[in-house]
Ligand binder design. Structure first.
Ligand code: MG
Length: 261
C-alpha cells in the first residue's frame, strides 16, 4: 500500500530530470562535499569541538565558490549536521568536545552554479569499539547495496529493499521516520527514497534522475525521537546510530556517485 502512495507522490510532485550538463554541475558540487569529508578525516580527533569542525567546513565550501546548503535551512544554524553517538541526524554543531571512542555523523550539502550535492559519513573519533565499527561498516555497505539498485527501469522499492536487507541481516534497526530524496536545483526534491520497502514497488527510475540515498541505521531499535532543541534526532534506546549518504545520478551507464572526489 505504501508503494502506491509513492506512485501517487511521483505523479503529483515534480521530479526533475537533469541533462548531462546539469549532472556535470552536480558532480562539481559533489566533489566539494567530498573534499569536506577529506578535511573532516584529517581534523576529527579527541578534543576538537563540533563547532570548530563546522567552521572549517564552511570556510572550505566558500573558498570553492560554493554555498553551504544547510546553513539557514528552516533556520538550521550550522554548515554541517553533526550527530554524535546516539544522535541519528540533524545534530547542531557547537561546544560539544569529541571524545575518544565517539562516533560522529557528518552530513553536508553544497550548491554551486545552481545545483546541489548532499552526502554524509560517520567517522570514528580515535579508537572505537569493534561492535560500533561494525555498525559503521554495515551502514556503508547498505548504502552501496542501495546504489547498486539505482539503475534505469528499477523502482524506488528496489533501492529501499536492498538497503533494508543488508542492515536487518546484521540485526540493526532501519530508521523509518526519515528518508532519502530527490536532489537537483533544490536540496530536497521528489521522490522520497525510504530505506525499507518492497522490491518492484514505487516510482520507476529513469535516466537523468538524481537521488540522495541515505540509510540511517541504529544498533538497536529503529525508533527515534527529536530533542527539545527542535533539530537533533536520537535513538529511542540510546544506542549508537550511523548515517552514510551519497548523491547518485541514474544514467545509461548505471549509477554514478556524484559526492566523491
Ligand atoms: Mg540528504
Amino acid at each position: 500500500m505504501l508503494a502506491e502512495v509513492w506512485d501517487r507522490i511521483g505523479d503529483n510532485r515534480m521530479i526533475t530530470i537533469k541533462n548531462v550538463e546539469e549532472i556535470a554541475v552536480m558532480r562539481r558540487a559533489g566533489r566539494i562535499v567530498a573534499e569536506v569529508f577529506e578535511l573532516m578525516r584529517e581534523k576529527i580527533r579527541p578534543g576538537i569541538t563540533t563547532g570548530e569542525l563546522d567552521m572549517l567546513a564552511e570556510r572550505l565550501i566558500r573558498k570553492r565558490g560554493a554555498v553551504p546548503l544547510f546553513k539557514g535551512y528552516n533556520g538550521f544554524p550550522g554548515t554541517l549536521c553533526m550527530s554524535v553517538n546516539e544522535q541519528v541526524i540533524h545534530g547542531i554543531p557547537g561546544k560539544l568536545v569529541l571524545q575518544e571512542g565517539d562516533i560522529v555523523s557528518v552530513d553536508v550539502g553544497a550548491r554551486i552554479d545552481g545545483f546541489c550535492g548532499d552526502a554524509a559519513r560517520t567517522f570514528a573519533v580515535g579508537r572505537i569499539a569493534p561492535e560500533v565499527q561494525r555498525l559503521l561498516d554495515v551502514t556503508e555497505e547498505s548504502l552501496n547495496a542501495g546504489i547498486g539498485q539505482a539503475v534505469i527501469g528499477n523502482r524506488i522499492g528496489d533501492i529501499a529493499h536492498a538497503v533494508q536487507t543488508v542492515a536487518e541481516a546484521a540485526g540493526y534497526g532501519v530508521v523509518r521516520d526519515y528518508t532519502g530524496h530527490g536532489i537537483g536545483r533544490d536540496l530536497h526534491e521528489a521522490p522520497d527514497v525510504p530505506n525499507y520497502g518492497t522490491p518492484g514497488r514505487g516510482l520507476r527510475l529513469v535516466s537523468g534522475m538524481a537521488l540522495a540515498l541515505e540509510p540511517m541505521i541504529n544498533m538497536g531499535t529503529h525508533q527515534v525521537r527529536e530533542l527539545k532543541d527542535g533539530w537533533t534526532v536520537v535513538t529511542l534506546d540510546g544506542k549508537p546510530s550511523a548515517h552514510f549518504e551519497n548523491t547518485v545520478a541514474i544514467t545509461p551507464d548505471g549509477p554514478v556517485v556524484l559526492t566523491v572526489l
